[in-house]
Design a protein around this ligand. Structure first.
Ligand code: SF4
Length: 166
């Protein structure tokens, strides 16, 4: 099965959301945070925007790819879910490698914190961690019933909040 970046994000955040998303059940999220994040992405790094192109790998869309320097960049508003952001970038690098594009580096940028981290794949990522994520995604989306709500603090910002709790 082809996995999207959303599949991976929801695997790490909420199995219920992963299950719903896989069945193409969507609820609109018009929160100001989402809008602000998109605006931040468009404006903060505008000066450097020219070298970045969007790259589509089937279900996987990479917003910022620099083919000449072999860099993939993700810009995030806050490092609150940094482990998810790191995983997302690693998954991009892995997907590129699987398609024969090796030696790509990830850049994880938090403009508000003025922080940039270099992300690279390790052999453990290739052999164990990422295949493990994929197997777990397949297991969860194949469950016959929707997983239970998880009662986490980020539920209040989730588009499914009312669906899960009201
Ligand atoms: S509201 Fe919470 S439990 Fe429901 S889908 Fe969102 S993150 Fe998961």
């Amino acid at each position: 099965m082809t996995h999207s970046a959303s599949h991976l994000t929801y695997l790490l955040l909420c199995h219920r959301k992963l299950w719903l998303h896989h069945r193409q059940i969507r609820m609109e999220d018009n929160s100001s945070d989402v809008a602000a994040g998109k605006l931040l992405d468009r404006t903060t790094y505008q000066r450097r925007a020219k070298k970045w192109t969007q790259l589509s790998l089937g279900h996987l869309k990479i917003d910022h790819f620099d083919a000449r320097e072999r860099v993939v960049k993700e810009t995030k508003k806050s490092p609150k879910l940094e482990h998810v952001h790191v995983a997302q970038l690693k998954y991009y690098l892995y997907a590129l490698e699987r398609r024969g594009v090796a030696g790509v580096t990830g850049l994880l940028e938090y403009p508000a914190q003025r922080r940039t981290t270099v992300i690279e794949l390790t052999s453990a990522d290739r052999a164990v961690t990422i295949p493990g994520w994929e197997a777990e995604i397949d297991r969860i989306v194949g469950l016959p019933v929707c997983p239970e709500a998880i009662q986490k603090t980020y539920c209040k910002n989730c588009a499914f909040h009312d669906f899960c709790y009201i």
